[in-house]
Design a protein around this ligand. Structure first.
Ligand code: AMP
Ligand code: MG
Length: 520
């Protein structure tokens, strides 16, 4: 395997001088050198063809056993020095101090087709940042990350990617429900790929330690490598940098809202500085449309990271980043202006996004009310978000009466829709129909446009769980089927029609399908 290594992170940023792999506070350094753990029987389960091509890895390379060894951490590629990154973060609203790559190890950076990628293993063993944990990952959470990050990319949502999913051959002890019942599970390793894995917390840690020198070095590096259009570092550039991060974060979250993705743990250590969806843990997909829904059992009480709160949390997290960058800028006003802008832009862009979901292109002062009333109607009875919007695209201009029947299949209990609820829907369809008169597109044109923003297939929570259940029994075919299906989430795929369906009843309360913990 010949890769075009471009190791700027370790070459340009300060390293932790200590090489021993003990848990510790790492000061004045952006990373620590580490060695991945040897695995007893590495076995590649799946490889993303797109990502291998993006990195310049050939089919022959993948078949070679070196591939399995490198992407499970068994072997370190010549001329590379794996490292774990130091970062901090606010977890559930509180400053948590140093966190860092506790179960992630960066292998190297590669440049291919003019793109710079960092290759990282998740679950390859202990680092100085592992705190009280083992640095390992289990098969279930690795399948979830592998499938979802590639699926998100194909949905058009900015995200980290995945190259491979592998078994380590080792057993990992986990208390899945935090109820004192630990059990051994299959250990697994995902190789994740992104232009950078830097997080808000990567900057926060140096501000918290008042290490302004390293903060500046890291910020300058980030701008030079990842925001080169901003030019040479200066106060003005730092402000622009913050503004870019705010815009990317906003756009990413609007995409999440569009497809019904709930991240589940939007701590600042899980917020990418590039505005990528990162750290797939107890995430979930809306089935019934519900602003109050969170997949994360750890967050059940306060629901801080519920679907409807993601935009606010994006803002809250940006405040923390603003505080972290403040020592380089020393002016409050420009940062506050950017945060204000986030709020007003979010409203505007969010409405624009919802209009695309409804197939509305023209301007109308009452569009916000039409959208609001739709959201109110969607929560009257449990309504499957994905099915609803996809079925809505079949609406025929002039046939307001046919609207309700068209979307009926998206109600979880269609026969129990009360007269009052049905009436509310009829009223809404009347108004939608009147509004469509303003539009010039034909029904067919509107439908095909709506179908580019309303996915037909998403990785429903139970779908991932079915793949996990099979994989735990040694059958990996379902992983491949879902991987292939989710490459074309907006297309009609008749042979996969069975996945265009509501969550089955058995999955409503099943662990992994409706509730997830962080213990992965
Ligand atoms: P998360 O909320 O899952 O992104 O993780 C928060 C922090 O805990 C990060 O610093 C992780 O690296 C660390 N962490 C989570 N799970 C493990 C594990 N199994 N071993 C070591 N560190 C972990
Ligand atoms: Mg994390």
């Amino acid at each position: 395997m010949k890769l075009n290594l471009k190791q700027s992170f370790i070459q340009e940023l300060p390293a932790d001088p200590i090489l021993e792999n003990s848990r510790r506070q790492v000061k004045n350094a952006c990373f620590s050198y580490v060695t991945p753990k040897q695995t007893s029987a590495p076995k590649i389960l799946h490889v993303s063809d797109e990502m291998s091509q993006a990195l310049g890895i050939s089919e022959a390379d993948i078949q070679n056993e070196t591939f399995a060894n490198i992407f499970t951490g068994n072997k370190v590629l010549t001329n590379t020095q794996p490292y774990a990154m130091c970062y901090g973060g606010h977890q559930f609203g509180n400053w948590a101090g140093q966190l860092g790559d506790g179960r992630a190890i960066n292998l190297f950076q590669v440049e291919h087709h003019n793109k710079l990628w960092t290759v990282q293993l998740k679950g390859a063993g202990e680092t100085p940042y592992s705190r009280s944990a083992d640095g390992l990952a289990v098969l279930r959470s690795s399948i979830r990350e592998y499938l979802c990050s590639e699926a998100m990319h194909h949905l058009g949502v900015p995200t980290t990617r995945a190259l491979s999913l592998a078994l380590s051959g080792d057993e990992v002890l986990r208390d899945m429900l935090y109820d004192g019942n630990s059990a051994y599970e299959k250990g697994a390793i995902v190789s994740r790929i992104a232009p950078s894995f830097l997080r808000f917390g990567s900057f926060e840690i140096f501000a918290a330690r008042q290490d302004h020198e390293t903060l500046k070095t890291l910020t300058n590096y980030t701008i030079k490598q990842h925001f080169p259009n901003l030019g040479d570092p200066s106060k003005e550039t730092y402000i622009q940098f913050f503004s870019e991060v705010a815009q990317r974060t906003r756009d990413m979250i609007i995409h999440w809202q569009r497809v019904g993705f709930v991240h589940g743990v939007m701590n600042t250590d899980n917020m990418s500085i590039l505005g990528l969806t990162i750290d797939y843990g107890p995430y979930g997909w809306l089935e019934g449309f519900d602003f109050g829904w969170t997949p994360n059992t750890t967050d059940k009480q306060h629901k801080r990271y519920r679907y409807g709160n993601q935009p606010n949390i994006g803002l809250w997290n940006l405040y923390q980043l603003a505080n972290a960058l403040f020592p380089l800028i020393e002016e409050v006003e420009p940062l506050e202006a950017i945060l204000e802008q986030y709020k007003s832009d979010f409203e505007k862009k969010s409405l624009a996004m919802m209009k695309t979901k409804l197939g509305l292109e023209k301007q109308d002062d009452k569009d916000d009310i039409l959208v609001q009333d739709l959201e109110d109607a969607l929560v009257l009875s449990e309504t499957d978000m994905t099915l609803f919007f996809r079925l809505l695209s079949q609406f025929k201009k002039g046939d307001a009466k046919g609207g309700l029947d068209l979307v009926k299949e998206s109600f979880y209990v269609p026969n129990e829709i009360s007269d009052a609820v049905a009436q509310q829907w009829r009223d809404w369809f009347e108004r939608y129909n009147s509004r469509l008169i303003k539009e010039v597109l034909s029904d067919a044109e509107r439908q095909s446009k709506m179908n580019t923003v309303n996915p037909k297939y998403v990785l429903r929570n139970y779908m991932a769980q079915l793949a996990i259940d099979d994989a735990n029994k040694g059958d990996y075919e379902q992983i491949n089927e879902l991987f292939q299906l989710l490459k074309r989430p907006y297309d009609e795929q008749p042979k996969y029609e069975k996945w265009f369906a509501k969550r089955p009843d058995w999955a409503r309360h099943k662990v992994g399908c409706s509730m997830l913990s962080c213990s992965s």
